[in-house]
Design a protein around this ligand. Structure first.
Ligand SMILES: [Zn+2]
Length: 50
């Protein structure tokens, strides 16, 4: 579970919105998890093994 610092909700990883990372990270390997309620960025995760 992830806690959104912006709106205070608790988000299951499965419910978080996945977006492409910013910057130089390989977007096939890294994605950003965002809060489904407010859209704030929660965590950048490695997805290269999926
Ligand atoms: Zn939020």
């Amino acid at each position: 579970m992830l806690d959104c610092e912006n709106c205070g909700t608790t988000v299951d990883r499965a419910d978080a919105i996945r977006t492409e990372t910013m910057g130089d990270l390989d977007r096939d390997r890294w994605q950003t998890l965002c809060c489904p309620d407010c859209g704030a960025r929660l965590e950048t995760v490695f997805v290269g093994d999926e």
